[in-house]
Design a protein around this ligand. Sequence first.
Ligand SMILES: [Zn+2]
Length: 233
Amino acid sequence: MKKLIVLFLFALSFGTSAQTADSLFVTPASREALMQKFVALPCGIKSTDDVKTICAKLEKFLINYKNDPNFPDDKFAKAANWQALKSVKMGGYGIGAVIYENKSRKILHAAHNSQMTKLRSDLHGEMTLLNEFEDNPKNKKYRNKYVCKEGLTIFSSAEPCPMCFIRIATVGVDTKFCTAGPDDGMTQRVQCLPPYWRDLASKHKFEKAQSSPVMQMIAHVLFYSYLLDGRHA
Ligand SMILES: [Zn+2]
């Protein structure tokens, strides 16, 4: 019964106006504010749960999650969130990404942020994904010298930051993301770029994905999960 009430409250919170829904995705000001968001998910998370328990409950939820047919990008959102969760379990930042073929919708590669595990400042989720994708000779058919051929999309659990945005623009693929980055995302700030990069970025699509509210919220809380144990400090 308690589970049903939580589920109802969660659904209700997303059933309000777009402005109200947006306010749910603001940067959590504290660990407590983030925990409230974890608890509101329909995953049975309690405010006293530790990181390991939270990860186990999210993992169980994702394994059992059936993609919502009302949201065509749920398949990619689930795969990107799975990667983000994998990173958190390994002690890293909760951002994951996949690259897929637009026509077949086949996922070609999946990866996650590996700054903590590899102690490399540049290894954001999208950067790790592209490095591994480009280094694999099997993916030669999707590439033309150092850029990708038309018809590929990078799907990230969170909106690309300036560094990843520029890398993606250089590689030349479309971009979708599950949750917006109110404080670090680049897609709403393209006008800040120098003219050459602005022009390069305009050649490909970058947009918020059509993924279900629960997938968006999981991507959001995983992004800020470093607040749970201060692993960023
Ligand atoms: Zn980045």
